[in-house]
Design a protein around this ligand. Structure first.
Ligand code: ADP
Length: 396
């Protein structure tokens, strides 16, 4: 019998779950509850290769967790293989520089970070409490989205604001997607057969949320998300960087209140906002290829912002061993990768069309020509890294 880690990723209205073998990366059980607390709530899961779906109208958060844990309990063989539980926790503030075994003190510290991630940390805490109840004898580990970025120097993480806002209120850049940036950069070092501790990478995690990261000698040196996951790149529904005065302008001139501005920047902007069509990159790519002008403009803005960040991070690092694409868009969109790499020729990238179209699958992940600066497509696997950390910490 193999050892499995239960990995829980509790979002504000969704719960992603999996049982992961930390050595082989196998996931005999995995799934997603979506649209929690709405009439559309539903669960989809895969158990030993068999897919199932069920509508769970208006299920609340607690009931959704219960539903997942009951599915597990009802499968004794699977249940008995679980040796540890790993939780994705969005915000670890300055307190957590790496994953931590959850005890009362750690739980209190996660609660203390709630102000910095009001949408996410409360959901993470609910997941932890439910799993503690179900598995009272197993080690529970928190793996933080922010932890990897805690190596950023002050010049990168401080905003040019009155210093006491940092000292008294912890207002600074934290960055997110840390587990993904760490996982794919480590994988890239393996693929390239170079020591991770001596490598210079720029990583682009492009999913519904998007962020870039500059990594030198195994350490995050800068990243595009900030105090919250709103800053930086253009995302599915998030604006990324804007002039901060737009807030006041919208309030003073258009009569918005600050909550309406925040909602607009988080849920109605990005790919969705510019295109007026969809937040899904696939729809916009299809539109752009069919000549739809707004789709073309949207994808151009998305790629242009990304190019600016990659170029800035290459300069920050001083050299670049590889640019890494990951996330749903990064892993699948040869369209985006082509536009981006063609605009980055100054750094020596020379796109190989065939390799790019195959997403690097037949060329050891490489999508640029031999002899040019390397760009790689590396599928992310945050669940695996969470499972590995949880398994390791449970054995200490
Ligand atoms: P999340 O950030 O929620 O984990 P994903 O990493 O799954 O999201 O990324 C979702 C994004 O990936 C969506 O914009 C989707 O359009 C895009 N995507 C998925 N498959 C493709 C594809 N084949 N081509 C282009 N974009 C894709």
């Amino acid at each position: 019998m193999s050892s499995l880690v239960l990995v829980l990723n509790c979002g504000s209205s969704s719960i992603k779950f999996a049982t992961v073998n930390p050595e082989t990366a196998e996931m005999p059980f995995s799934g997603l509850v979506q649209c929690i607390a709405s009439p559309d709530a539903n669960i989809g899961w895969k158990l030993n290769g068999n897919k199932q779906k069920q509508q769970l109208p208006d299920i609340n958060y607690h009931e959704a967790l219960d539903f997942i844990l009951t599915l597990l309990r009802d499968n004794k063989e699977l249940f008995d293989q679980i040796i540890a539980v790993g939780h994705r926790v969005v915000h670890g503030g300055e307190k957590f520089t790496k994953s931590a075994v959850i005890d009362d003190e750690v739980l209190a510290a996660i609660r203390a970070c709630q102000d910095l991630a009001p949408l996410h940390n409360p959901a993470n805490i609910q997941g932890i409490l439910a799993a503690q109840k179900m598995f009272p004898n197993l080690t529970q580990t928190a793996v933080f989205d922010t932890a990897f970025h805690q190596t950023m120097p002050k010049e990168a993480f401080l905003y040019a604001l009155p210093y006491e806002l940092y000292e008294k209120h912890q207002i600074r850049r934290y960055g997110f997607h840390g587990t993904s940036h760490l996982y794919v950069s480590r994988q890239a070092a393996k693929v390239l057969d170079i020591p991770y501790e001596e490598a210079a990478f720029v990583t682009a995690h492009l999913g519904n949320g998007c962020s870039a990261c500059a990594i030198l000698n195994g350490k995050s040196m800068d990243t595009s998300m900030g105090l919250t996951p709103l800053e930086g790149l253009v995302m599915g529904t998030r604006s990324g960087d804007i002039d901060p005065s737009i807030h006041a302008h919208l309030v003073d001139r258009l009569g918005y209140d600050i909550h309406k501005v925040t909602k607009m920047l988080n849920s109605e902007s990005g790919l969705l906002g510019i295109s007026g069509i969809d937040s899904d990159c696939r729809t916009l790519e299809d539109g752009a290829l069919a000549g739809d002008e707004r789709s073309i403009l949207t994808m151009d803005i998305f790629c242009y912002r990304l190019v600016k960040y990659i170029a800035a991070y290459a300069a920050v690092l001083g050299r670049i061993d590889a640019l890494i694409f990951t996330g749903g868009i990064g892993e699948n969109s040869s369209f985006v990768r082509k536009i981006v790499l063609n605009r980055l020729k100054i750094f020596g990238f020379d796109l190989d069309t065939e390799r790019n179209n195959a997403s690097g699958k037949n060329s050891n992940q490489l999508i640029t020509k031999d002899g040019s600066t390397k760009a790689l497509v590396i599928p992310t696997n945050e669940e695996l890294l969470i499972a590995q950390d949880a398994a390791t910490l449970s054995q200490e």
